[in-house]
Design a protein around this ligand. Structure first.
Ligand code: EPZ
Length: 417
């Protein structure tokens, strides 16, 4: 297992290119199962979860190539089973339920286990697909679904689930008749998936709002599509510029998808500005001050930025709070930040963060993707050396992070553990 060794205290200065979005690329890749003909996807980040998804597509009968940041995908002969060995490493595999049921009328997908941040059930996916005519049996850890063909229906989600909305978007695109999805997730990655499906010939209206209408079509055709930039990677580097008291310019930063984060950063006295030519500049605009944050479905504050903002709050003046309302166990970075001298107390799902003048480097352990990003950010500002262990978590969602950070002045290197 690899680890990152970081020597803190070096303000970051320079330009970082934001990579393509992991959470848009994953559902778009899986949607290729629905397409007749060749799909060419550009701006696909080279991440562990992407390679896992390509393996899953190959097992399901979709041939793929991945050169640079371009993926080509073409279905040869679709199979209906997604094995546990793969699904256990990436929960997003459950997204193939919709396409397999929509196209084959059958799907056998290993029930994704929970993960570090929570149980992460898929009940809302199954309930919604049942409304379209699917029937499911849970048998020895597999979800086995069958349907004659999926029939359009009116579906109201109990919760604006991102994965559930994406699964149903894909299923409804090839179902018979019209589907109305209500209380949908409004995340930009859902919109990117819908735009991809529309580029393949799907008839979808309302993506990005709470109500999405889908008119099923018989066939989706191959197309070329550019995946949107990763707003969570971009947000992570906005925090990196602020926490190190540097001055970073981000290229391809989807600022308009980050309103809730940017308004909290500005409340903390961080300057975030769109420049001529479309780049985004971030730097401190004065002494950092603590803020109160509650994570919400989009357009509220994104849960995927909670751990990263907490690192910044650890070195801000005064006290701030973070209420995590999306996942039940997304504070594992708290104890690790505490090892670096952060003063954070937890009560239920709220963290109270009391800023300290200085964090101190220490060996810490990553527990999940965004927690590992939080520890790297803390290491960049801590006095001395921080060793972030188990960074395979980080490699799931950040393309070449240590290279991008080194190029703007961070003292960071990867070592074998
Ligand atoms: C997506 O996960 C993202 N993953 C997550 O990003 C992100 O944190 C999450 O959306 C929320 O924005 C990908 O896109 C691959 P949900 P997803 O369904 O689809 C509960 C990262 O760091 N729920 O909106 O799993 C669930 O337990 C990852 O990049 C049910 O109860 O999120 C959770 O509490 C982490 N039943 C809440 O809803 C269901 O059937 C949000 O889940 C589905 C969800």
């Amino acid at each position: 297992m690899d680890k990152l060794i970081i020597e803190g205290g070096h303000p970051l200065k320079g330009t970082i290119n934001v990579s393509g979005s992991k959470n848009a690329a994953l559902p778009i890749l899986i949607a290729c199962l629905l397409v007749k003909g060749t799909v060419r996807l550009t701006n696909v980040p080279r991440l562990r979860d992407i390679f896992t998804t390509l393996k899953l597509l190959n097992i399901l009968g979709c041939e793929t190539t991945f050169e640079g940041n371009t993926v080509t995908a073409k279905v040869t002969e679709l199979k209906h089973e997604a094995p546990y060995e793969l699904v256990k490493t990436m929960r997003a595999s459950v997204l193939c339920l919709g396409p397999l049921l929509g196209f084959l009328g059958e799907a056998k997908v290993a029930l994704p286990g929970g993960c570090a941040i929570g149980a992460r059930p898929v009940d809302l996916h199954l309930k919604a697909l049942e409304r379209m005519g699917a029937r499911f049996i849970l048998d020895s850890g597999y979800i086995h679904g069958v349907c004659g063909s999926l029939i359009g229906a009116r579906i109201v989600f109990d919760f604006p689930t991102v994965g559930g909305t994406e699964n149903l978007l894909m299923a409804a695109s090839v179902a018979k008749g019209c589907t109305i999805l209500e209380n949908c997730a409004r995340e930009p990655e859902v919109v990117d998936l819908a735009n991809f499906l529309i580029a393949c010939g799907a008839r979808i209206r309302g993506a990005g709002t709470a109500v999405i209408e889908v008119e099923g079509v018989r066939e989706l055709k191959g197309c070329e599509y550019r995946v949107m930039p990763d707003r969570i990677e971009a947000g992570t580097y906005l925090v990196a510029g602020a926490i190190t008291d540097g001055e970073l310019t981000l290229v391809d930063c989807p600022l308009e998808e980050l309103d809730a984060l940017v308004s909290k950063l500005r409340e903390m006295n961080v300057q975030v500005e769109r420049q001529e030519g479309g780049t985004v500049l971030v730097r401190r605009g004065g002494e950092l001050v603590g803020v109160d944050v509650t994570t919400q479905p989009h357009p509220g504050f994104p849960t995927d930025m909670q751990a990263q903002l907490m690192a910044l709050m650890c070195v801000a003046a005064g006290t701030g709070s973070i209420q995590e309302k999306i996942f039940e166990n997304r504070f594992m970075h708290v104890s690790e930040l505490g090892r670096m001298g952060a003063r954070i107390s937890l009560k239920d799902r709220t963290a109270m963060v009391r800023g300290v003048p200085q964090l101190v480097g220490a060996p810490v352990m990553a527990s999940d993707l965004r927690a590992s990003a939080s520890l790297v950010l803390a290491g960049l500002v801590a006095q001395g050396t921080t060793e972030v262990q188990r960074i395979y978590h980080l490699d799931r969602g950040y393309e070449r992070m240590e290279e991008k950070l080194s190029a703007v002045g961070a003292r960071i290197r990867r070592e074998k553990e």
